[in-house]
Write a protein that binds this ligand. Structure first.
Ligand code: MSP
Length: 654
């Protein structure tokens, strides 16, 4: 069967020697969409590339005393390296310095010229080189570039140029925009563009003679073609125009050009008019997304407020960055980047919600069935509710992605993850495991958890592909998710009998530095008394009073436990009831930590338990042990003591 084609593009990037996380934004979104459509069985062409010509590049290269080509080669390699680190799965990368592109640009110029829509005249007007944009006198702001993000001085140009008759197409373009509401999205940008066009379009200067780093005008080699005319044509090059007729017929017109909001004007005025004049169909949608800002300002090299994406990926991993960009920033609007918000997302969504669901499920499977996923029995109402939500989620995500509501799609997947975590608390498998009569119920719960995770793995593949693959493999499933399809999100396809492996958590929690005092500060005032006492004794041979022998310490049975669930204790605002996995057994422990930790923060965490403490009743609930926590003398701060790295539940602490 012929697969449905889906052609998606990012803008081609200016080779900038300072990469920032804003650069990663458009490409991450495009990659997520491309992966989603592939997993939906479509034939995807995902294009990106680099925009390498123009006066700005020629000057930069001259400053460094190297040839422009040498300059761009070096920088383009750093972009390609960033895309590799971010797991960007583009199908093609167009460099505007490639011969195949050269041919396309000259041909489209020639076609439009032959149609009579390009003519030669004298250009006199303003040019902003950093933006590579022509401006009219009346558009300048205080004599400077009107782009709010630039506002740099403009240059007066007076040169012989070729002009493109944009004015002739003004009415046809307006008509197209008005009759095709999907053409410019979101609607706010569409309205902006309509207003702009209604003010009147001037013919556009599309050639320059004062520098030569560009593609020559085919009919006059003294001129090079304007860099935007050159760059926009890359979408035809990538689709195989003049190279591969079958490919072009299949993929053109493009389904989606994803672009940042500052370049919507080029993509919805110059580009469609170029295509109209050349007799080619227009792309279906141009989506203008917002900017990633740092304290309200667009990140840019000239402002010096850039965040290095490579360093971020090295520190947090590609999936954490991808997830943050896709989840945190409402698609279409501007969104703020902050380290604190990134860490918050990692801890709450990835470590707590997703990581714990996998860890708790695999720990319970290991403990109750030796890792083997059992056959489910007849589903209860509670089971059915979970199954229904899983099925609905698949449909909601599909509608959201096709409607370009990316964060809504992620929110829907995370609602399912949250529901599955709650399902563990509600079904309490550790209780079901105690009796033979509830064995079938236990099996159903364990199967359902493995099945939810399988569906979640498929659903998150487009957004966090490495994490999805890790979950898939941990679930004992075949191959990798990309070899499967979204059609397999149907409930019940997990093949019972497979073995789930327990592995270290997907995303270790990141402690925010300033929450914990630095080691040396502990002794001053509010430091934890117990730690101070131990340090004082260590170097002393004199003081023996109050000390204990090793045999006294050996009477304590300290064990590492993993919190399976945590919940508030009715009528006691300081207490939480925890179910703690000790390997051999599960303990119910009441801990006085409710003022410092929310129950959902504790599920999945490891703790140190005094395992041979006499059971006690707190607020009528039996506590079989005590977890260790350090607190400052004034109890303003409290921190649960945990092993430095993940270790098997039940391990002895000594
Ligand atoms: N070369 C042109 C595009 C030509 S397409 C025919 C260009 N290049 S760019 O390198 O300046 O920008 C590439 C993409 O990165 C654009 O979509 C732009 O909006 C995006 N971003 C660059 N900085 C950004 C942020 N701070 N935030 C979000 N996206 C931003 O424009």
């Amino acid at each position: 069967m012929e697969r449905k084609p889906f052609y998606i593009t990012t803008p081609i990037y200016y080779p900038s020697d300072r990469l920032h996380i804003g650069h990663a934004y458009t490409t991450t979104i495009a990659d997520a969409l491309a992966r989603y459509h592939r997993l939906a069985g479509e034939d995807v062409l995902f294009l990106t590339g680099s925009d390498e010509h123009g006066q700005k590049i020629q000057r930069r290269a001259a400053e460094q005393e190297i040839k422009p080509k040498e300059y761009v080669d070096r920088i383009v390699a750093t972009f390609q390296d960033l895309w590799r680190r971010l797991n960007v799965s583009y199908d093609d990368f167009v460099r505007t310095t490639e011969p195949r592109h050269h041919k396309v640009v000259q041909e489209i110029f020639r076609k439009i010229y032959e149609n009579g829509d390009i003519y030669k005249d004298e250009y006199e007007g303003w040019y902003c080189m950093p933006c590579e944009t022509f401006w009219l006198e009346r558009q300048l702001v205080d004599g400077k570039c009107p782009n709010p993000d630039c506002r740099r001085p403009v240059e007066l140009l007076r040169e012989e140029s070729y002009f493109f008759r944009l004015s002739k197409y003004q009415d046809r373009l307006l008509e197209h925009i008005k009759t095709h509401p999907e053409f410019i999205q979101p609607a706010s940008r569409r309205n902006e563009m309509i207003k702009f066009i209604e003010q009147g379009l001037e013919d556009l200067c599309i050639s320059r003679t004062t520098f030569d780093w560009g593609i020559p005008v085919p009919i006059n080699a003294k001129h090079v073609i304007y860099v935007w005319f050159d760059a926009l044509s890359n979408y035809l090059t990538g689709a195989g125009w003049l190279q591969d007729e079958a490919k072009f017929a299949k993929f053109w017109p493009a389904d989606l050009h994803l672009v940042g909001k500052e370049i919507v004007r080029f993509h919805t005025i110059i580009w469609p008019i170029m295509l109209m004049a050349a007799g080619l169909p227009l792309p279906k949608t141009v989506f203008g997304h917002g900017w990633l800002v740092l304290e309200g300002e667009k990140m840019s090299k000239s402002k010096g407020n850039v965040v290095d994406p490579v360093a971020l990926i090295e520190e947090f991993g590609a999936d954490a960055i991808r997830y943050f960009l896709l989840r945190e920033i409402s698609f279409g609007a501007d969104g703020n980047f902050s380290r604190a918000a990134l860490i918050q997302r990692i801890n709450s969504d990835l470590a707590n919600d997703l990581g714990n669901l996998l860890y708790r499920t695999s720990a319970m499977l290991e403990k109750f069935t030796g890792g083997r996923v059992p056959e489910p029995a007849f589903p209860s109402d509670l089971d059915q509710e979970l199954i229904r939500l899983a099925e609905q989620t698949v449909a909601v995500v599909d509608a959201d992605i096709r409607g370009l509501e990316i964060n809504a799609a992620l929110a829907a997947i995370w609602r399912l993850i949250g529901r599955a975590n709650k399902y563990i608390d509600e079904t309490a498998p550790w209780n079901l495991a105690k009796n033979e009569e509830t064995r079938a119920q236990l099996h159903t719960v364990l199967y359902n958890l493995a099945e939810v995770l399988r569906i979640v793995a498929l659903e998150i593949f487009a957004f966090v592909p490495a994490t999805s693959t890790r979950i898939w493999q941990q679930l004992g499933l075949e191959g990798t998710p990309d070899k499967h399809s979204l059609a397999e999100c149907r409930w019940g396809l997990y093949p019972a009998g497979r073995v789930v492996h327990r592995e270290p958590p997907l995303f270790p929690r990141i402690e925010i530095g300033d929450a914990a005092p630095a080691a040396g500060e502990a002794a001053s005032g509010a430091g934890p008394a117990a730690v101070k006492g131990a340090a004082g004794a260590a170097g002393s041979t004199q003081v023996t009073e109050g000390l204990i022998g090793i045999e006294d310490f050996a009477r304590l049975d300290l064990r590492v436990g993993t919190v399976l669930s945590a919940e508030k204790v009715e009528g006691a605002d300081k207490l939480l009831k925890l179910m703690v996995d000790l390997g051999e057994e599960t303990r119910q422990v009441v801990a006085g930590v409710a003022q410092y930790y929310r129950p959902e923060e504790l599920a999945g965490r490891q703790v140190v338990l005094v395992a041979n403490l006499k059971p006690a009743k707190l607020k009528g609930i039996t506590s079989q042990g005590m977890i260790l926590a350090a607190s400052t003398a004034d109890r303003a701060q409290l921190a649960i003591v945990a092993p430095e790295s993940r270790i098997a539940s039940g391990s002895k602490v000594k």
